[in-house]
Design a protein around this ligand. Structure first.
Ligand SMILES: [Zn+2]
Length: 272
């Protein structure tokens, strides 16, 4: 390694470390520390903006049963998350796609298409808990922060390759982008899925739903996604044996939380 390149590498590492020290956060229950350069307030603001857009583009369902179920389950879960600053909202959208999400700040949406996979409140709690888990673990903020670091790293590289040909600059940049995409972004999104699964188990259990229902729900979901019916939600939530195994491994911890929940509902109301 030439001294020049060595200097650039050091500069990059220092830059990344400074950013790292500047913003660190820990995920509740899993304790994983995460790079965080956004504030919860900024994320909530982005969530509000996105929610307004989502509301203008989707039709709120008037299915009484689904709306009542989401309100019942969503509010039970919201209560145990200890997030008084969240402005919770729960909406069922008329859409055949099986989809659900929770935006930063507590805006929860479930599409009518998801209800064909939920047999009872507890299974709905599994998926709503998972989505709320993504929001509370601030996975969106973490992704933005990772993007900011990549961007900054790329800028540092661009600034330090002065004097080289434009082609070389492009090459280095492309190489760096591939490196960061494969090395950082992909494993992290898998990490996020496992983490949301775990948090989903925590919140549904604390809300008084039997966490065993998460296994039945995600297994059912996994079978559907393996048949090739791949929608947006299936592609962003790839199911795997490993995910089920991880959930099963965490189940005893979740069962302990369920046992001490003040308001046990077991599987809750039937949604069939
Ligand atoms: Zn997820």
């Amino acid at each position: 390694m030439s001294p020049n390149i060595f200097r650039k590498v050091i500069l990059c590492l220092v830059c990344t470390s400074v950013l790292y020290i500047a913003g660190c956060s820990a995920v509740p229950f899993t304790g994983r520390s995460q790079l965080m350069l956004t504030s919860p307030q900024e994320e909530a603001q982005l969530g509000e903006q996105a929610w307004r857009e989502v509301l203008s583009q989707n039709r709120v369902s008037n299915n009484q049963k689904y709306n009542a179920a989401l309100k019942r389950v969503g509010e039970s879960i919201a209560k145990v998350t200890n997030k008084p600053e969240y402005k919770w909202e729960f909406k069922v959208f008329e859409n055949t796609e099986p989809n659900a999400f929770c935006l930063p700040g507590g805006k929860v949406a479930v599409y009518t298409g998801l209800f064909q996979y939920t047999s009872n409140d507890a299974e709905l709690a599994a998926v709503v808990g998972h989505e709320i888990g993504h929001a509370i673990a601030r996975h969106g903020g973490e992704r933005i922060s990772q993007g900011m670091v990549q961007e900054t790293g790329a800028q540092v590289l661009a600034a330090t390759v002065d004097g080289k040909s434009a082609l070389a600059v492009q090459g280095i940049m492309a190489g760096y982008a591939v490196g960061t995409n494969v090395g950082v972004m992909l494993p992290f999104s898998r990490t996020h899925e496992y983490e949301a699964d775990k948090l989903g188990l925590v919140y549904m259990s604390k809300a008084g739903y039997n966490p065993a229902a998460a296994i039945t729900f995600w297994q059912k979901f996994g079978q559907v996604s393996s048949t090739g019916t791949v929608g947006e939600f299936f592609s962003t939530h790839p199911m795997s044996e490993k995910r089920i195994e991880e959930m099963k491994a965490y189940l005893p911890t979740a069962q302990d939380m369920y046992r001490t929940a003040p308001n046990k509902k077991n599987l809750g109301e039937s949604l069939k």
